[in-house]
Ligand binder design. Sequence first.
Ligand SMILES: [Zn+2]
Length: 412
Amino acid sequence: MAHRVAIALIGLLAAASGFGQTYDILLKGGRVIDPANRIDAVMDVAVAGDQIARVTRDIPSEQAKRVIDVTGYIVTPGLIDLHAHVYGYSGALWPDDTQLTTGTTTVVDCGGSGWRTFDDFKKTVIDRTGTRVFAFLNIVGKGMVGEQAENDVADMSPEKTAAKMAEYPDLIVGIKTAHFARKGYAAVERAVEAGKLSGKPVIIDMRITTEYDRTTQRIFEIMRPGDLRTHSYSDHQVELLDRSTRKIHPFVREARRRGLLFDVGHGNGSFIFPVASDAMKDDFAPDTISTDLHNSSIFTTKSDMPNVISKFLHFGMPLGEAIEKSTVRPAKVIRKFPELGTLGEGRVADIAVFKLQEGLFGFTDSRLRRLLATRKLEAALTLRAGRLVFDQDGLAFPDWRSAGDYEIIPAP
Ligand SMILES: [Zn+2]
């Protein structure tokens, strides 16, 4: 009987403690960096359901069901990786494994699917992942499935590409062209034509520029303001920098002035330390930070979002700017701002928590050269639409010593 009363009492106490708890999760005491709202300060972030409910100083712990102490950590909007591979391409990775574990809540698949394969992409990946997945649709109808398909100009239909984009205007955010190993500008022209028909941006990879009798200047002329060039810090064709002066080519600066955007797209073969170093010294930071993460780069250059951000921190980019180029800027490029890329109150609670480690850390680039740096950004915790999906340090859980007695397991 006494036992039953005690249980009832516990129930009452639980109900009482629930009273006034407006928030489901409270991230307490972290350094909040939310460039969209010009915030870089120690603040609390309260989440209710799948939304950010409040961002301010000193939200009382009693108002939340679950309080997570993130003192000493950095709290940002969930990162947006503008260039990764999660479908079609042979090196595609399941995004939850590689993105949610690195503070990245949104990923854009960069050309894995074309208009012929997008429905399958949606059914097998987009509809099934915890990560929010968008697509740059390949101008090739079959998508990024190998050289033969990717060189097939007859399968590059701006009309059919734009028609598929009109069918899924929320999911398909632009067009990709890549790996075109034939002469001429057909791939770029058709991708831009699809961009004009759909009113969306085109992202162009490095190899399509100066190989095969093409010039970067001509490509830039075809591109429109808001279109992107990815793999910017590769020097396969020495495009950004003049090798003799190690300065940015004037025509590259002119392209930026005209509104062309420069994305990182680190990957396995597209990020070289001296190029990034010289470009940063000559005031040519990227517009957007992205990984080009696939099944090779995840092992060689380990280029997930915090890794790429850490490299730019080393080359002099302030942390706030790196976060901006991994949140607000990509959200704007894919026309998802302010729905994404901010910790604004009422926005979806896609939130990343990082630690900025100090010490001595080794990084590698596409030539597998080593860089020693003194800071390293590491993902600690990820919320996706208010749900705790990753917690590297067990921040959300009670200390083991406060968790009560041993659970006695009877001997067999
Ligand atoms: Zn790629």
